[in-house]
Design a protein. Structure first.
Ligand code: NI
Length: 201
């Protein structure tokens, strides 16, 4: 959970908060094309939907970047934002952390997890310049493994929690599941909405 580029849990920078006093801005729309994350409630039906969304995310990402040139991949999805290439590499970076946190919560008693600085990760050389196929394949394998586990979990498993030291509270696996279903949709839509604006079809 993380982030500076769209995650739910950390406060927005001051400038952005001031901006958001106004009506929904172009920046807000481009940054949050599917809206910000809000966790309300969960039940078995919704959990099933979130798991299927997570199962479908790698294919949605692959379709979103289909036939883009290197120049297009190196275009920021919004002014001042990450390039499409960085967004693609961010997804497995983020979701591998989520996968590990879920495993820790399932095997330990409310473990405190290790945050990571996603903005700095996105500036590392593999994120800035690496071929996207590596991360598309990484995400596919990771989500296959993640979903294999998720589909076997039962109600009480989703009550297990981990402590996120930056949030100062325990986060349940229900909320985490909903977060990452949203997170995949969120970043895929950043790419598809840029494609639509640019007419890259
Ligand atoms: Ni993100």
């Amino acid at each position: 959970m993380v982030p500076r580029d769209g995650h739910p849990a950390l406060p927005a920078p001051v400038a952005e908060q001031m901006n958001s006093v106004d009506a929904p801005s172009v920046d807000e729309d481009q940054r949050y094309p599917v809206g910000r994350f809000r966790f309300r409630d969960s039940d078995e039906r919704r959990r099933g939907q979130w798991i299927e969304e997570i199962a479908a995310t790698p294919a949605h990402l692959r379709a979103a970047v289909d036939r883009l040139s290197a120049t297009q991949l190196d275009t920021p999805y919004r002014s001042g934002g990450w390039t499409i290439r960085q967004v693609v590499h961010h997804l497995p970076d983020s979701h591998v952390n989520a996968y590990l946190r879920m495993k820790l919560a399932l095997t330990e008693d409310e473990p405190t997890i290790k945050p990571y600085d996603e903005a700095v990760w996105a500036e590392l050389s593999d994120s800035r310049a690496g071929p996207i196929e590596v991360s598309l394949a990484f995400l596919e394998g990771l989500h296959q493994r993640w979903v294999l586990l998720l589909r076997t979990l039962r109600g009480p498993d989703f009550d297990r929690r981990f402590i996120h030291p930056e949030h100062g509270r325990a986060i349940g696996l229900d909320e985490q599941l909903a977060t990452y279903a949203w997170h995949g949709r969120h970043h895929v839509a950043q790419i598809t909405s840029l494609r639509a604006r640019k007419g890259w079809n």
